[in-house]
Design a protein around this ligand. Structure first.
Ligand SMILES: [Zn+2]
Length: 421
């Protein structure tokens, strides 16, 4: 077959083969060269050549010897978790979290910044740059594969722009360019819910799942859809707005302007609003004394806490919200036929109480044949999902475009210093 040559002498064929081998090693954890050849359909010679190169580039290493069927035990290969490090940044509505992790997503350093909408985006990005520069200066020996950034709001991931971050007042902020030009490391960005989905896919419950849906229930409701191992983005990167699907034609008004959206019925905001309304109507609850009759002080945390302590009003409201969530999930099951639906957010604290309500609605409203092939579960990564996801964002991009490592400045420097590499 004639090879298509990409400028920079990295052929498309080679890139695809490297990517295939890297992803196979990642998925299997520990695997021999012979197994890689069998799984990928590549020739043993190609596998030997490429794995030798990946060892040289410190992306994989030879681990312990595996089982043999008689004869010599094969040498097993695995991802070299200490070969490189990844910087992860979560820019949320109220704060920035920064981590440095190895390739297994084990965190070796963490830091944070308090922010709010009154601080200009340039000042926030400057604060992030300073913290990372400081760490990089102290840890010069550690090679950084890239920086992954999860940001709240609408994000144009290809160009690395935060298009619209409503809670921060961000509009068209060039996050990728700003960080890349200052830190000289590749930067990849996505919105926070998609980043969490990647976290689930690489390090959480969806590790071996090719088709799943992730739903985050917070102040709003966000979601994302993975089809055949690929995050489905839609034509203008807007796919997954599960929170704005209509559940009740004449339901309450949503922040998007529509009426009866899932978000207007099942989000934390909807829950708090409902509790406030019932308390104003004179209904009894422990919440009222907890906030000294000041209903403005009611937060989602307080309502969940009351429900955990078996407060009737809090439990009734949360269960109603969970049933609406079940209606939304039933629609998703009928549309996408996923094998897994993962729910994340504080609502999962209520465990089976919530899951039973969701499951009942799903059983009632989705097609029998489809619901039997879908598991619904709560995330175990919880709030860590977004930072794990920032690591996955970098690994995914790098494993699919290995020339990023091959052409890295650090590697070229190593070559000059050590001809053996
Ligand atoms: Zn809406």
């Amino acid at each position: 077959m004639r090879k298509q040559v990409i400028p920079g002498s990295f052929s498309l064929m080679k890139k695809m083969n490297i990517s295939l081998i890297l992803n196979t090693i990642r998925e299997k954890g520990c695997v021999s060269r012979a197994e890689i050849a069998k799984i990928t359909g590549l020739t043993p010679a190609t596998v030997t050549n490429i794995t030798a190169e990946l060892i040289k580039y410190k992306l994989i290493l030879e681990a312990e010897r595996g089982q043999s069927n008689g004869g010599r035990k094969p040498v097993m290969l695995r991802i070299n978790s200490q070969g490189y490090y990844v910087i992860g940044i979560y820019i949320g509505s109220k704060g920035v979290e920064i981590i440095v992790a190895n390739l297994n997503s084990d965190i070796i350093y963490s830091d944070n910044l308090n922010i709010d909408s009154s601080i200009p985006s340039e000042v926030i990005l400057d604060g992030i740059k300073k913290k990372i520069s400081r760490w990089m200066n102290i840890n010069k020996g550690k090679q950084i594969l890239g920086i992954g950034v999860g940001i709240h709001g609408l994000v144009q991931s290809r160009d690395g722009i935060s298009i619209y971050g409503p809670n921060l007042g961000w509009e068209n902020v060039p996050v990728k360019d700003t960080l890349e030009s200052a830190l000289k490391v590749p930067v990849f960005i996505d919105n926070d819910v998609r980043t969490m989905t990647l976290g689930e896919s690489w390090f959480g419950l969806a590790k071996d799942i090719t088709n799943f849906i992730f739903i985050y229930v917070g102040y709003g409701i966000g979601g994302s859809i993975v089809i055949d191992n690929q995050l489905y983005r839609g034509i203008s990167e807007g796919a997954g707005e599960i929170g704005h699907t209509t559940i009740e034609c004449n339901g309450p008004k949503c922040s998007c302007g529509n009426y009866g959206c899932l978000q207007a019925l099942a989000s934390e905001k909807a829950m708090v609003d409902e509790v406030k309304k019932l308390l104003s109507d004179g209904k009894k609850s422990v919440i009222k004394s907890w906030v000294n009759d000041d209903l403005c002080r009611i937060s989602p945390e307080i309502v969940f806490e009351a429900a955990i302590k078996n407060d009737d009003l809090a439990l009734t409201v949360i269960k109603e919200k969970a049933r609406y969530l079940g209606v939304g999930i039933a629609n998703l099951i009928n549309t996408f036929n996923p094998s897994l639906v993962i729910i994340n957010g504080q609502i999962t604290k209520l465990g089976d109480t919530i899951m039973d309500c969701i499951q009942q609605e799903v059983n009632k409203r989705s097609m029998k044949y489809l619901q039997n092939s879908t598991n619904i579960t709560f995330s175990f990564l919880g709030q860590d999902a977004v930072l794990k996801g920032t690591v996955a964002l970098v690994l995914g991009e790098t494993f699919n475009n290995p020339e990023l490592v091959y052409s890295s400045k650090q590697f070229k420097k190593d070559c000059e210093n050590n001809k053996k590499i």
